[in-house]
Design a protein around this ligand. Structure first.
Ligand SMILES: Cc1cc2nc3c(=O)[nH]c(=O)nc-3n(C[C@H](O)[C@H](O)[C@H](O)COP(=O)(O)OP(=O)(O)OC[C@H]3O[C@@H](n4cnc5c(N)ncnc54)[C@H](O)[C@@H]3O)c2cc1C
Length: 458
């Protein structure tokens, strides 16, 4: 039982606020992005600075409280919160500083992808991240970071130059290729296992206006489209990214009314090369066969980065399962066709994100992200605004995954897993798991940071 005097004493050390179960905003404060997650923390600490984070880590350790760290709160499995324990909420750490001459950006731990893109776009630059503006830079980066720029610039972790980290003993350290290199290695894919990252330093790339948008084909052509796509995207110029998706066309502009509500297969493109070459680069797409819609156009990069935000606001029910894919076989395509036709709700979807190109030039052991030989990160996502659909979207996702898993590379991208147990975590890290355990023992031997895809120190 936590002593209220201790909590009061702790609160006086902080610039930020502590929210407790009796507070009027407790319910709003405990919510995370996925409405399927319904946890009741004992304390939610809205940290305002690094000192608040250090005090919170020390307090959780001294009081033997379960500790969760919330960056953007987007984690599908709800790993940004917990029952009974202390949640460090980083949303007050929003500082961003672009160094245009050095081509770097320093981003504090509570920033979202939209915050970061907004800041860097003013300088005509970007660092690779994910496809949804409201995702936290923290969780996304620590797991890997896959998005529209992966083929051109690599994963987010491939562009991480340095991080400030509050360790389990409450100390703040800076880590980079020279300082605490083992920690620097582990942060690039090992998740939140090693401490609270209060700021990240990323390399920037010249990415400004892009030619982006979707191409839709009828669902009945899914087999042909997938067979064409699996050849095309592995040899396309690296300036062109395109992830494959099954989706339901939203009933809104800019989609033609005739397509509203129709299930389709799609590729969502992002071309970052010279605008004058765009027509030529998209020529094979147009030649492949008549699409229902080919909607690419020039737009500022952050517009494309935020294009799905309105469709997927916080508060929906989410259940997802993932795997890496080395070869998209005909047998796998047949299963995809079967389950795509049975997509249970308009928000449900399946994505295949290409992780080749620049992401393939990093060696398997150079970062914990262990599937540098895979071509795609596959994710099956059951989503609905209605809690009544929870069982149905979960069942569809699990059945689809069960059918696809034998055709996969074996492990999944940690950021797209639910709470699936130790075996799946080991499969995600393969040969890098043992080294992660070593680093965990050094920096967090008592496993204070365990609300994550946990690397157990024992
Ligand atoms: C709509 C949607 C779209 C997505 N799109 C993509 C995508 O395009 N590409 C992609 O790679 N992933 C994507 N993801 C997955 C995303 O990367 C993970 O859900 C990730 O965990 C989210 O990070 P967060 O900070 O928002 O989450 P949180 O729930 O806050 O945290 C997730 C985990 O990271 C830890 N953590 C977060 N911040 C820190 C920090 N500063 N220091 C230490 N630990 C920390 C937490 O403790 C927790 O274990 C998407 C998720 C959603 C819901």
């Amino acid at each position: 039982m936590l002593n209220p005097d201790k909590v009061a004493e702790f609160s006086t050390l902080l610039r930020g606020r502590v929210v407790q179960p009796d507070d009027a905003d407790y319910d709003a404060s405990r919510r995370v992005y996925n409405a399927m997650i319904d946890r009741y923390p004992r304390l939610i600490v809205y940290c305002r600075d690094v000192a608040d984070v250090m005090h919170s880590v020390n307090f959780a350790r001294e009081q033997s409280l379960l500790l969760a760290v919330r960056g953007g709160g987007h984690n599908g499995g709800g790993l940004g919160t917990c029952d009974e324990g202390l949640v460090i909420d980083l949303s007050g750490l929003k500082g961003i500083r672009v160094d245009a001459a050095a081509r770097t950006v320093r981003v504090e731990g509570g920033c979202t992808l939209a915050d970061m893109d907004h800041a860097t776009h003013a300088f005509g630059m970007a660092t690779p991240s994910g496809i949804n503006g409201s995702t936290g830079v923290g969780g996304l980066t620590l797991g890997g970071g896959i998005g529209h720029l992966t083929r051109k610039c690599g994963l987010t972790i491939d562009n991480l130059l340095e991080a400030d980290v509050v360790l389990a003993d409450g100390r703040l350290v800076t880590t980079n290729v020279e300082q605490h290199p083992d920690l620097y290695w582990a942060l690039r894919g090992g998740g939140g296992n090693f401490g609270v990252v209060t700021s990240f330093l990323f390399r920037l790339h010249a990415v400004d206006t892009v030619v982006a948008g979707p191409t839709f084909w009828p669902l009945e052509r899914a087999g042909d489209v997938m067979r064409w796509y699996r050849e095309f995207i592995v040899s396309a110029p690296e300036d062109l990214n395109g992830f494959f998706a099954f989706l339901t066309v939203p009933p809104a502009e800019p989609f033609p009314p005739a397509l509203h509500g129709q299930k389709v297969c799609a590729v969502l493109w992002c071309y970052t090369g010279p605008a004058a070459d765009a027509d030529k680069v998209f020529e094979p797409v147009r030649e492949f066969g008549p699409p229902l819609m080919h909607g690419v156009q020039a737009m500022p990069f952050p517009v494309w980065q935020g294009a799905f935000d309105a469709l997927y606001p916080p508060g929906l029910q989410w259940y997802w399962r993932a795997d890496f894919v080395t070869e998209l076989s005909d047998a796998a395509i047949a299963e995809h066709e079967r389950y795509a036709a049975a997509m249970p709700t308009p928000h449900s979807t399946m994505h295949l994100y290409p992780i080749n190109g620049a992401a393939h030039r990093i060696k398997q052991a150079d970062t914990p992200f262990s599937y540098r030989d895979a071509q795609w990160a596959e994710v099956i996502v059951g989503v609905s605004p209605d809690a009544k659909d929870a069982a149905q979207i979960t069942a569809w996702t699990k059945d689809y995954w069960d059918a696809l898993h034998p055709h996969s590379a074996g492990g999944a991208y940690v950021n797209m897993m639910m709470d699936e147990g130790d075996e799946r975590i080991r499969a995600a890290y393969r040969g890098n798991h043992a080294r992660l355990v070593e680093v965990k023992r050094r920096y967090d031997p008592d496993n204070l940071f365990r609300v994550n895809q946990n690397i157990r120190p024992e």
